[in-house]
Design a binder for this molecule. Structure first.
Ligand code: MCA
Ligand code: AMP
Length: 490
């Protein structure tokens, strides 16, 4: 298959070419099992995958790509509201899930939202080739991602955009078939799935997915190339003996959220190497990075990768100077852009400028030497917690679905481990903080639950009645909560 070029090649294949948690496969086995999936799903409009961190998820995703059917990864812990929305919105008719019981299996009730569940086995074998006429511009993945308001939108990614991005990153990071890639990131986002799985299968490097991204698992994996979100690197730095095991690696790569300077320095001290930091978005894939053979500067995400152009635009829509000081919105052009939000032409049009650049909503400066620094986001309603993107509006809607909640406002507050933590301010009667946290975790996905709930008599509002998040009281640092946050009538 052209997209996963190395998958069909026997060169460098081995019984443990691919490992996910405790299960190993050769690339030939993966291809054979994916072939069996491809035969079962051929011709369906889109296929959902219960994207647990298990080998069957790789089989299912590769099976979808082999069949030329767009793949819709479902967070394995998504609650009914999120799951139903994704299944309905994507038009998926089939849900691929591990046949086995236990870890990674689809939890009962099957909650397939009207989809037929198709069991996936790693030990099956069948030949399948992509259908004749499958084109590079065909849809490969539909990834659901949060906006500032409403339910997540489906981001359409073509085979061509993914291939272009992976080739650009392989060049930037000198990533080859000689590498062993190690990570333990979720398999339903760009970082863990596109870079962390499809990247290895395109480049031909060995892949070790550690199940969870713990410092001990990273240390034990003896890889040459490691991927992590800043929370993972921060935990590695807190565990010096694990960190020192990574000194033998060729490259440590951080992304999905800003890497704090102390974590960058901690990694440098403990592993004797500076991490590479790269920047991207679900809608644009990974677009800016420092280089394996270039300067790695703390706080800098580097230069655009091959095939990507960037520009900085001021509030007036005019370009701002690249002087390392002037802040503008970062806009992206080039081969790696998405094909739009599924079924949302207006949202797609709003995300693009008239001349076709993607508005990231991220504020940045560019140094005179071209190095990019991300300095914040234009909207405070997109939260990044542990590298996950979470829309304040989606969590507010979930809280308002609880019968005891009358008003809700959600923000991201600084957090030493997660970057930001989700904090909910609610007006509610007769419900505890824990009950509300559990309610959101069960209704959406676990990572969208607030860490802290502050009970208020009223939300601060302006003359138009709109909640004023800037006037919300600050949250005491760890651990949150109820008594310390209780705020009398505002
Ligand atoms: C936490 N816990 C709680 C609560 N908070 N329990 C009850 N109530 C709470 N409020 C529990 C958790 O369930 C867990 O238990 C334990 O405490 C630790 O939780 P947590 O702090 O969340 O840590 P974690 O579960 O270890 O998760 C941290 C993580 C995770 C592994 C870094 O956030 C993660 O996988 N992030 C990656 C996100 C990602 O891949 N983003 C890429 C998006 P227990 O241990 O029992 O489970 S793609 C992207 O951004 C672009 C394209 C890009 O640039 O890459
Ligand atoms: P997502 O769509 O989940 O992929 O999240 C994309 C967002 O993550 C971007 O718009 C940025 O706000 C943030 N992001 C990703 N990588 C970095 C980075 N290296 N530094 C700062 N922010 C980042």
């Amino acid at each position: 298959m052209e997209l996963l070029a190395a998958l069909g090649s026997s060169e460098g294949d081995a019984p443990d070419a691919v490992r996910v948690d405790d299960r190993t496969m050769s690339r030939e086995q993966l291809l054979g099992a994916a072939g069996a999936v491809a035969r079962r799903i051929a011709g369906t409009p889109a296929v959902a995958v219960h994207a647990a961190p298990v080998a069957e998820t790789l089989v299912a995703v590769v099976g979808g790509l082999l069949a030329g059917v767009p793949v819709v990864p479902l967070p394995p812990d998504s609650g009914p509201a999120e799951r139903d929305h994704i299944l309905r919105d994507s038009g998926a008719r089939l849900l691929l899930a591990p046949a086995r019981h236990g870890r990674g299996a689809l939890p009962p009730p099957a909650a397939a939202g009207g989809c037929e569940t198709v069991p996936v086995r790693v030990d099956e074998r069948a030949d399948a080739a992509p259908p004749a006429g499958l084109r590079p511009e065909s849809g490969a993945l539909i990834l659901y991602t949060s906006g500032t308001t409403g339910a997540p939108k489906g981001v359409l990614l073509s085979r061509r955009a993914i291939a272009a991005d992976l080739d650009a990153l392989a060049e930037a990071w000198a990533w080859t078939a000689e590498d062993t890639l190690v990570h333990g990131l979720p398999l339903f986002h760009v970082h863990g799935l596109v870079l962390g799985v499809l990247g290895a299968l395109r480049v031909g490097s060995r892949l070790v997915h550690t199940g969870r991204p713990t410092p001990a698992a990273y240390a034990a994996a003896a890889g040459s190339l490691y991927f992590g979100v800043p929370t993972v690197w921060s935990r590695v730095v807190q565990d010096p003996s694990a960190a020192k095991e990574l000194a033998a690696a060729r490259l440590l790569v951080s992304g999905s959220a800003p890497l704090p300077a102390p974590v960058f320095k901690g990694l440098e001290t403990l592993t004797k190497q500076r991490p590479v930091e790269r920047y991207g978005m679900t809608e644009t894939l990974i677009t800016v990075s420092t280089r394996a053979h270039g300067e790695r500067r703390a706080g800098s995400v580097g230069l655009p990768v091959a095939g990507v152009s960037t520009r900085l635009v001021g509030e007036d829509g005019e370009p701002v100077p690249y002087d390392g000081v002037t802040i503008g919105e970062l806009q992206i052009g080039g081969e790696t852009l998405f094909d739009g939000y599924l079924g949302r032409s207006q949202a797609t049009a709003e995300a693009l400028t008239a001349d076709g650049w993607f508005r990231t909503g991220d504020m940045a400066v560019i140094e005179p030497d071209g190095m990019h620094r991300i300095v914040g986001r234009a909207s405070t309603d997109l939260i990044k917690s542990g590298g996950y993107r979470i829309g304040a509006g989606e969590v507010e809607n979930a809280l308002l679905a609880h019968p005891a909640v009358r008003e809700a406002a959600v923000v991201g507050a600084p957090h030493p481990d997660l970057g930001q933590q989700i904090v909910a301010y609610v007006v509610a009667d007769g419900v505890s903080e824990g009950a509300l946290i559990d309610f959101v975790a069960g209704y959406l996905s676990v990572h969208k639950r607030p860490r802290v709930v502050c009970f208020m008599d009223a939300l601060p509002r302006n003359a138009m009645g709109k909640p004023q998040k800037k006037l919300l009281p600050p949250v005491p640092e760890l651990p949150g909560c109820m008594d310390s946050c209780k705020v009398e009538g505002r």
